[in-house]
Design a protein around this ligand. Structure first.
Ligand SMILES: [Zn+2]
Length: 443
């Protein structure tokens, strides 16, 4: 932090200690103190287990004899371990192919596979583990739906026969299933004039690890000349296009979009990839009917594009007047209360400007948001941020944990937004609550 910076405390009446030694002592007891802190805030949140402890215990659960239509997944798999958040890792107990299947354990590209298990709600990636030990032939997709005990995902067109694993946003992976899912190598033969297209994620954030991605297969028996367009759902206008040229039938293809068009980051909303293929005889096919307005987010190739992600990845609360911008004391941000240790993710990717400790801000981080002119500030983190000064950060990337370092009563994220040129360098803080509420509602 620049020397002239004045950080406003979130609570001026309580100074819970500011030196690092005091923090370290509190930190070691943070899990035990959590329930107390939460009670004071009126928050309701499930207490996470202590770091290193798995709520599933050490032994794999004993499953009844597998039903003929499902495959037991953990008979030989190791028990999951807790992730770096101290939460239990996700675990797959069974899987079954549900649509376009040869059998419960045999699928094709595009088949819907249902996984049942534990702690699946926050899964962000379903990994179809290929044969290569180095993971070169792994394929992954975002789940279609995820609840704590069940999750559904489509088999990506690039998937190989192999075991299945799932991963959280921070990369924590479940053990792979003991049994493999057979992926029929011969894709269903699409008739001439048919195009099978699907967006690989249904919610895509600008600057995130996973860009908007389309996978598609052209039908028929001859190569076709392909044009891919990106349609803006709000008005049906094409805003970007790709011309891959001659494409072989039956061979999965992918297209990625970086969230910009004509050099500008596009607005939040529904977008749709549309594939048009023309075969040598002049037969023209399109992956979707003429787009409706607005585009149906469930239509083939459609997805929702968002510029920001809500920064607290867990149950949270915006508190009362004292937590608001101003707060009667020149409070320069909005407090977001959450259980100590709740992951904090970057609302917007960008470049880390400052990563420091301050007696009042505690462990804090300032990110210059990519293509925003805005600085995003995160304070009172449980410990030093997970990223370093100068690092390029992705939208939604874990950057730390909610804590109460510095002058804070109760664990919370103190979040600030500053106009350009930025935080204590000529910009001005503005009330971030409107943004936070909007991001909270959609992400
Ligand atoms: Zn605050």
């Amino acid at each position: 932090m620049p020397r002239h910076a004045v950080v406003r405390p979130c609570r001026r009446t309580e100074d819970v200690g500011s030196d690092v030694a005091a923090w370290a002592a509190r930190s070691s007891a943070r899990f035990g103190a959590r329930a107390l802190a939460l009670a004071g805030l009126g928050l309701v949140a499930a207490a996470a287990p202590a770091a290193g402890q798995s709520t599933t215990g050490g032994a794999a659960p004993v499953s009844p004899a597998p039903v003929s239509k499902t495959a037991p997944a953990t008979a030989l798999a190791p028990a999951p371990t807790a992730n770096l958040y101290g939460r239990p890792a996700p675990q797959i107990l069974r899987f079954a192919c549900r649509t376009a299947c040869a059998s419960a354990t045999s699928a094709r590209a595009g088949s819907l596979v249902r996984l049942t298990g534990r702690n699946l709600k926050r899964v962000e990636e379903v990994i179809f583990v290929g044969a290569d030990a180095d993971g070169a032939d792994d394929a992954s997709v975002v789940p279609r739906s995820a609840r704590n005990r069940a999750l559904a995902a489509r088999v990506p067109r690039t998937a190989q026969t192999g075991r299945i694993a799932v991963a959280l946003r921070d990369g924590t992976r479940s053990p792979a299933t003991a049994l493999a899912l057979t992926v029929e190598s011969a894709p269903p033969v699409l008739p001439s004039g048919a195009i099978d297209a699907e967006a690989q994620g249904h919610k895509v954030f600008f600057g995130a690890q996973r860009p908007a991605e389309l996978s598609y297969v052209v039908g028929g028996s001859q190569p076709a000349n392909v044009l891919v367009e990106l349609i803006r759902g709000a008005d049906g206008a094409p805003i970007a296009q790709w011309s891959p040229g001659e494409v072989e039938p039956g061979v999965p293809q992918t297209v990625r979009w970086d969230g910009t068009a004509a050099g500008r980051v596009q607005r939040d909303g529904v977008y749709q990839f549309r594939v048009t293929a023309t075969d040598p005889s002049g037969l023209r096919a399109t992956s979707s009917q003429e787009p409706t307005e607005p585009v149906d987010p469930e239509a083939p190739g459609a997805f929702t594009f968002l510029g920001y992600r809500f920064p607290v990845a867990g149950a949270h609360d915006f508190g009362e007047f004292a937590a608001s911008f101003g707060g009667g004391r020149g409070h320069q941000g909005q407090d977001v209360f959450a259980a100590c240790g709740t992951p904090i993710v970057a609302a917007r990717g960008g470049t880390v400007k400052f990563k420091q400790y301050h007696s009042r801000a505690g462990y804090y981080l300032v990110i210059d948001g990519a293509r925003t002119g805005t600085d995003f500030v995160y304070m009172h983190m449980r410990e030093a941020a997970l990223v370093d000064k100068g690092d390029k950060v992705k939208t939604g990337q874990p950057i730390g944990f909610v804590g109460d370092t510095g002058r804070a009563s109760g664990c919370h994220l103190h979040f600030e937004e500053w106009t350009g040129p930025g935080w204590y360098s000529g910009g001005a803080a503005f009330d971030p609550l409107r943004d936070l509420r909007a991001w909270d509602a959609q992400s």
